[in-house]
Write a protein that binds this ligand. Sequence first.
Ligand code: SAM
Length: 173
Amino acid sequence: MKLVVLRIGHRPVRDKRITTHVGLTARALGASGMLLAADDPKIKESIDDVTRAWGGDFFVEIGVNWREAIKQWKEQGGMVVHLTMYGLNLPDVTSEMQNRDLMIIVGAEKVPPAIYDLADLNVAAGSQPHSEVAALALLLDHLQDGRELARTFDGVRREIVPMRKGKMVIEQT
Ligand code: SAM
């Protein structure tokens, strides 16, 4: 199961922090990469910095044409899922998505209407408005039945030793 996030509607000033959080959440919770349908090199730089320090091979691609990316994903046999509060509720469709290569679309302010048709499935993390970061985290967790939280990363420079109290970090030299 390959999981890739497609972030659309990003506005460079307003959404900088939340788009970075979408990428970091995707990375931490088992996705392979994020395609950003906007040209914002700073987002890529800050997520790449985290990957260099904390491991793994998460990729960020900027300046992506979302129509073309969706088309290519489908041509390769992947499933396209759009996270929206108007979709079918996550627990009812989780099994339909498990073990498929998924492109997960998350919006910012307003999503182009075409996305609702292009997606194979419109999925809601509950039918209330909240956040793309929360919706993405819930989807990734349900898809992987929580296993993503036990995942380890290759090539780490910095690694946390979990502690009941206090902080311990091992720095590789
Ligand atoms: N009113 C906006 C719209 O037209 O979609 C919602 C914007 S919301 C702040 C940004 C993104 O969060 C949405 O595009 C969607 O991907 C995600 N989102 C928010 N609530 C959600 C929910 N309950 N289920 C799934 N995704 C949600």
